[in-house]
Design a protein around this ligand. Structure first.
Ligand code: FES
Length: 81
């Protein structure tokens, strides 16, 4: 299976300070733990001007809003299955 995934995480100051600082670390650990490093391209994004709906994570063009540290693993399990 040559499928690759794209994860874009907003690292603008609002999203970053409201949780994405931790979330980006959780994603990195998750990818490493599950040997997904070479299947997933993880990129930090700049503010998407939708801060009030943030923090944002985009996985393969699907936008997840109001992400919290408690949600992200479940989302990864589902989206990267
Ligand atoms: S900081 Fe993420 S949308 Fe503005």
């Amino acid at each position: 299976m040559g499928q690759t995934y794209n994860i874009e995480i907003c690292l603008g100051s609002s999203c970053f300070s409201r949780g994405n600082r931790e979330v980006v670390q959780i994603i990195r650990d998750y990818l490493r733990k599950n040997h997904l490093d070479d299947k997933v391209v993880l990129r930090g994004a700049r503010c998407m001007n939708r801060c009030s709906d943030g923090p944002f994570v985009i996985i393969n063009d699907k936008t997840f809003t109001c992400i919290g540290v408690q949600d992200i693993e479940k989302i990864l399990e589902k989206e990267l299955a």
